[in-house]
Design a protein. Structure first.
Length: 122
């Protein structure tokens, strides 16, 4: 499985192949959460927030849609590289939570079925 095609948007900056390449490299670590056959799209937006020279002025926003479920992350940092790392970490955290929630739901359902089956045998 490969990571889905990423759509890039650039607001207030010129399009940057380096940013796209760096984002591809960083977000590929999230492909372990994407199953085969899942409809997945990802939109990444880069923006320079203000005209100032220093501080947290670079914003990166990512919207990852997996089978109709939207996972969103946004970060404003001192550089695009730091913002991309922060966005990747936020998406990783959201995807892990969703996976854990799904796993615990399956386990609870399995326990209830087992209890019902064992209860009927008595």
């Amino acid at each position: 499985m490969t990571f889905p095609t990423i759509i890039y948007k650039y607001n207030g900056i010129y399009s940057g192949e380096q940013l796209a390449t760096l984002t591809d490299q960083k977000l590929v670590t999230l492909e372990k959460f994407i199953n085969d056959g899942v409809m997945a799209t990802c939109e990444v937006e880069f923006e320079k927030v203000t005209a100032q020279q220093h501080g947290q002025i670079y914003r990166v926003e990512a919207n990852l849609t997996l089978d109709g479920t939207l996972y969103r992350a946004e970060a404003v940092e001192e550089s695009f590289e730091k913002a991309i790392d922060e966005v990747r970490n936020e998406l990783d955290k959201e995807l892990r939570r969703a996976k854990d929630k799904q796993t615990s739901l399956l386990k609870r359902t399995g326990r209830k079925i087992k209890e019902q089956l064992l209860g009927w045998r008595k």
